[in-house]
Write a protein that binds this ligand. Structure first.
Ligand code: KIV
Length: 310
């Protein structure tokens, strides 16, 4: 059975998203990452309501081993490109900028300055922060006071990968599950407008989703969340270094690209590219004159460069 997608021409805002609870009759939202202008424009036109400029770009675009290496300036570069894509496209998607490692959580001032740059310079409409440490909570409170909407992120928080000891499912024990629920409540109380739950058992994600008034957006957290998020390069099969269990591939662009590039090379070698229609020719009224001048010049060049004893 294929579900009907309810589409709106209205721009998505953090305020409208905050209300999007499935238990209140809301349609689950399909969130995707985007990292560049063209993709942002395409996804916005396709009706994707939220574009997350994720720090996952450290891996998918930049080839780093994890997300820790990407800097504030690198993130900003991509946030600007995505914001331009939406601004020059259908203008509907909400652009959420992922705050990179150590751009927040050190002091509230750092978090405010850097989140402010994502909004002011980057053109994003919201930011995402990982975790629920006291400093992160203070930062979320301050950002929301300042009018910067914040998406939270709990469960597997990739910026804490060294502390967590790997990409493992979180919240599996009674203590860990209770901690997740209380962190989720805390982030909501601090003002977060939505919450990403990554690699959390479905049962735990379901309880958190039922408890919260703000929407949960799952990635490896089961179908009960109020929305799902995936990395665009995983969805399109463009990033093939590894495939987490929670990824579903809807295309195989790596193969498509490889086939296209092989065909291009073949055409170049066979001289079937470019065709006449893909090249430029002299205009009829100047062709003869140009060729005469060129031939004369080329004949002179042969004489000038001919060896003296020739
Ligand atoms: O960086 C990212 O892409 C993310 C999503 C996977 C939630 O944080």
């Amino acid at each position: 059975m294929s579900a009907q997608i309810a589409r709106t021409q209205q721009p998505t805002t953090a305020a409208t998203l905050r209300q999007r609870k499935v238990k209140n009759g809301g349609q689950p939202m399909a969130v995707l990452t985007a990292y560049d202008f063209t993709m942002a424009k395409t996804l916005d036109a396709a009706g994707v309501e939220v574009l997350l400029v994720g720090d996952s770009l450290a891996q998918t675009l930049l080839g780093h081993a994890n997300t820790l290496s990407v800097t504030m300036d690198e993130m900003l570069h991509h946030v600007k490109a995505v914001s331009r894509g939406v601004a020059q496209g259908s203008k509907r998607a909400l652009v959420v900028a992922d705050m990179p490692f150590l751009s927040y959580g050190t002091t509230v001032e750092d978090g405010v300055t850097n989140a402010g740059r994502m909004i002011q310079e980057g053109g994003a409409q919201a930011v995402k922060l990982e975790g629920a440490s006291p400093m992160v909570c203070d930062t979320i409170r301050r950002l929301t006071q300042l009018g910067i909407p914040v998406m939270g992120h709990l469960g597997l928080t990739p910026q804490a990968i060294h502390q967590l000891g790997g990409y493992k499912v979180q919240g599996k024990t009674p203590d860990a599950a209770c901690q997740l629920l209380s962190d989720a409540r805390l982030l909501q109380a601090c003002g977060a407008f939505s919450l990403v739950l990554e690699m959390v058992p479905t049962e735990v994600a379901d309880v958190i989703t039922q408890e919260l008034a703000i929407p949960t957006i799952g990635i490896g957290a089961g179908v009960g969340c109020d929305g799902q998020v995936l990395v665009i390069d995983d969805v399109l099969g463009r990033f093939t270094e590894f495939q987490p269990k929670f990824v579903r591939r809807y295309a195989n662009l790596a193969d498509t690209i490889s086939q296209a590039v092989t065909q291009y090379q073949t055409d170049v070698v066979a001289k079937t590219f470019p065709a006449q229609s893909e090249a430029f020719t002299l205009p009829d009224d100047s062709r003869d004159e140009v060729l005469v001048v060129l031939k004369a010049m080329s004949a002179n060049h042969v004489e000038e460069t001919a060896p003296c004893n020739a």
